[in-house]
Design a protein around this ligand. Sequence first.
Ligand code: C6P
Length: 404
Amino acid sequence: MLDIQKIRADFPILSRTVNGKPLVYFDNGATSQKPQIVIDAISKYYQEINANIHRGVHTLSQLATDAYEISRGKIQNHINAKFAHEVIFTSGTTHGINLVTNGFASIVKPGDEVLVSALEHHSNIVPWQMLCEKTGATLKVIPMNENGELIMDEYDKLLSDKTKIVTVNHISNALGTVNPVKYMIDKAHEFGAAILIDGAQAVPHLKPDVQALDCDFYVFSGHKMCGPTGVGILYGKEAWLNKLPPYQGGGEMIKEVSFEKTTYADLPHKFEAGTPDIAGGIVLGTAVDYLNSVGFDNIQQQELELLEYATKRLLEIEGLKIYGTAKEKTSVVSFNIEGIHPYDIGTIVDKLGIAVRTGHHCAQPIMTFFDIPGTIRASFSFYNTKEEIDLMIEALKKAQMMLS
Ligand code: C6P
């Protein structure tokens, strides 16, 4: 069992007030809070070893390079990638997906198909649409049911020899559905299609094993897993990363440059043009260490309790409807209160110190499916408590009284 008060003490922001009330932070799906060890690691980098990496023979540059590569190794171990060079530092999930879609522009041909799920964040829809526009390929959508679960029979029917790549999130940001990604990966491979897993919402809650999953690509952002903003990871199988062309040209991604011809660096540098977010890359390793020290079994147990408690308490509110009731769900509850716009509720509960996200959560097709403008989304982390859920329930009841 986690000592939640001890864990909370690791996160300085959790003891602040907002609008005169203790902060209740339930917007972890948007970004997580950062433990002191991560905040300190950022300062330590700038105070002690700040230098550009992979470029200098001087001591600071060596120290920064070593720290950056050690962090890459930590992430390799964390996701169980076969090689460190399969771990590409990006600026986040969006960057990782765009890198892959850009590469697929040279693979996908007119008449080919790209399968995207109905549960995606815009980051995992729009780049694929752009790819299809560029190449003449067709975008097909794996539908979902009223519970917010992808319909696997329909997925099976959509797959064909025309399918070049499938893309799906591990966990939906808007509804919290945990998708059957292992099944989807194996099925895609039966048809010779590649598959990308958007792990942005999964990595705060679980430790993905990319070799056991056998996915071709797995992308995520550091900032949702206690790390800093501006850094993320694209995992790709070596063979795929060797096949894809570079995304951006510039320093660091070359072997030889002349005006006649340039040759590209080996992995991972081929995809890491320009000066990266060095501090971010190093500190992402610190965040991963921190999460592992808490333990993913503990994290999951605490978050499941919070999910069950919040679901039960929310349903006590008259006229409240929860969207996303999948059997496999993580600690996200999306809901509306009858007759009240989610934005109005969000604004009032904020005055009471409660941070929830309102709106379409960058997943408009899901809102269209349910025929709603948006939802109120409470997304919990392992450092949240049942007492905080009680405060949210009180605040929601007050908002409901004021607005109806
Ligand atoms: N979702 C949310 O509040 P970036 O912005 O690149 O770090 O992550 C984009 C992204 C991609 N896929 C999924 C499943 C996501 O949830 C997100 C980010 C945040 O739900 C901000 S919109």
